[in-house]
Design a protein around this ligand. Sequence first.
Ligand code: CAA
Length: 258
Amino acid sequence: MSYETILLDKREAVGVITLNRPKALNALNNQLMDELTAALRDLEADDEIGCIVITGSEKAFAAGADIKQMAEKDYTDVFMEDFITANWEEATRVRKPIIAAVAGFALGGGCELAMMCDFIIAAENAKFGQPEITIGVIPGGGGTQRLTRFVGKSKAMDMVLTGRHMDAAEALASGLVSRVVPTEDLLDEALDTAEKITTYSRPAVMLAKESVNRAYETTLAEGVRFERRVFHSLFAFEDQSEGMAAFIEKRRPQFKNR
Ligand code: CAA
């Protein structure tokens, strides 16, 4: 499939999706979200791919939902299309890890998309925000929920009620992003991180992701029980024997993803 609003690149075991509507600061319109969904499904189904990176340009990861497209909609349109949630949540359905590599603006739906990924690596010039209040609405892609879980109620309220931007240092200090790197190093850092993940046993990686995500959906006691069962299940994979034998024999493990 060929794409017009994104670029899809397979770099060995890492799938890289670059949002690519530079004139609109990568504003997320229906076409881009359809293409992003198709690319994510392609990478999820590709056995050669073990980790995914979603990135944008140096100026913008994405400046939000496309306001020009949204402005034409009325209540019936957004209700009948189930606008925002219908296909925007594909990143949350992917079982392989997804890293958001964010430079420049990650606003509104752009910030929400980054938060749907498994973790965010930010460039020093990154700016995060949920400015929907400034155009008469509220976040519609999970921003009020996910941002609150990342940064806590006080800061989430501050962001959502004022629409102000958060810089990379504040995003790091408040737990929204996992690390901040010089802007020119962003893609290399994300690719190195993704490559490292692809060297591990894929079932273990996928189950680690599923287990951490469970922490958002359940109580501590249930989450710990879930983790223990998953931990037990990993002893059914050949990669567990190989990983532990390699440690004891002081050699690199040869994982077979089985
Ligand atoms: N939708 C459509 N077009 C957008 C856009 C958006 N979200 N953000 C930027 N653009 C377009 C601008 O209209 C402009 O296009 P033209 O040259 O054709 O006028 C182009 O991108 C460049 O933008 P600016 O000239 O505004 O660039 P700037 O550097 O002066 O400002 C900015 C950058 C601060 C990001 C500013 O563009 C901005 O505030 N954008 C809107 C941010 C926003 O409100 N996002 C939330 C959208 S609502 C949402 O996302 C709902 C949800 O929860 C899913």
